[in-house]
Design a protein around this ligand. Structure first.
Ligand code: NVA
Length: 366
């Protein structure tokens, strides 16, 4: 029997990966956690329903193109099994009129060594998204005797999990930034809630962004679950919508990280990197002024790259400034046309989840 699952960071040589699918994707109805995420001037405010079929087709075309790039380089690619995301869902604690998608696998699956853990997302519409990955989990379980198939404690997501009317329609950008700086987010601390894309894995150290999708209780939970790892809370005061770390703070190889210039890591949190001779470089400007239509994310998906090994990185094809910077930083850049998949949940890093990278658990911050 083979070893199928192994990944300790985002830069070791990638051998096997999951790439999401756009099929049946929904813009979910507003709920306590999601309303905070949609910018007040977004065309998505107040709308929900199936995403237009043409955009689904085009998004899938982009993802299939990514699959081809990966397979041509010898990476094994697995795909989720989409559900009918437009079904209403319910638990003893809540009801929601639809689910969302299986397009950003990075939000749902956390790989740490030989374990893949399904997350504890704060959005009700994402409660059953893990099911799209269960056929793959079963396959890995059957084929890899060391694979640990895990589900984090499921949050109840009752009304007590959220601060209600946390933002109103009239809130200014400045007020949002004050909330972020004060680490005052829409979720409460009644239970651990986290999206896997808020975690940055670096061997013995795991950095977790405290923001709209991940709370402090999740960090306590991780420290108890992984006593042999060091769990660090990080936050980025310049981000008015702090959701997911991978368009903010992105490692390219041991010793090198790019940081969003509008969302700088606070001085005291930089200390651990500087003490260990890591270089934190400001990321290049995005090539676009606006995200594509019906997109939740910002233009900073420009930074959301997929590192194939410490010398090779896939960057979105239109992000010429980011490509140029990566090239100057000594990376071989592979461009990939993915922008039309952004509305489904993100860029190259978001669209994937690690299954196997060569390498072991190292201590980069001794
Ligand atoms: N919330 C981030 C996206 C992270 C992939 C942004 O919009 O920049």
């Amino acid at each position: 029997m083979a070893k199928i699952v192994n990944s300790w960071n985002d830069w070791d040589p990638l051998k096997r990966v999951i790439v999401g699918r756009c099929d049946n994707s929904m813009i979910p109805p507003e709920e306590p956690a999601t309303s905070e995420k949609v910018p007040v001037d977004s065309e998505m405010r107040g709308m929900w329903g199936l995403r237009p079929a043409k955009t689904v087709e085009r998004g899938n075309e982009c993802l299939d193109n990514l699959v081809k790039i990966l397979e041509d380089r010898g990476v094994v690619v697995d795909r989720p099994t989409p559900l009918q995301w437009n079904q209403a869902i319910g638990t003893p604690d809540f009801r929601n009129d639809s689910m969302m998608t299986c397009m950003p696998p990075r939000d749902i699956l956390l790989t740490v060594g030989n374990e893949i853990m399904a997350s504890a997302n704060s959005f009700r519409c994402r409660y059953f998204e893990y099911l799209a990955y269960w056929p793959l989990m079963k396959q890995y379980f059957d084929e890899d005797p060391d694979f640990l198939w895990t589900q984090a404690p499921r949050p109840r997501l009752t009304d007590a999990s959220y601060k209600h009317n946390y933002y109103d329609e009239k809130i200014t950008l400045e007020e949002r930034l004050v909330r972020t700086a004060n680490k005052d987010f829409v979720t409460t601390e009644v239970e651990p809630m986290w999206d896997a894309a808020d975690l940055m894995r670096m061997g013995k150290d795991i950095f977790i962004q405290h923001g709209l999708t991940t709370n402090r209780t999740a960090m306590d939970w991780f420290q108890r679950y992984y006593p042999e790892y060091r769990i660090h809370a990080v936050n980025f005061p310049g981000d008015p919508y702090p959701i997911h770390i991978d368009a903010t703070f992105v490692p390219l190889r041991p010793g090198l990280i790019i940081n969003n210039p509008h969302r700088k890591l606070p001085e005291e949190q930089r200390a651990i990197f500087e003490a260990n001779d890591w270089q934190i470089v400001e990321a290049a400007q995005p090539a676009h002024d606006e995200p594509p239509a019906l997109c939740y994310s910002s233009v900073w998906l420009s930074m959301n790259c997929l590192v194939l090994d410490p010398k090779t990185v896939i960057v979105e094809a239109s992000e010429v400034y980011q490509q140029e910077q990566m090239d100057k930083l000594g990376m071989n850049v592979i461009p990939c046309d993915l922008r039309d998949a952004y509305p489904f949940g993100g860029g190259l890093h978001c669209s994937t989840a690690d299954v196997y990278r060569e390498g072991e658990c190292l201590d980069y911050f001794p």
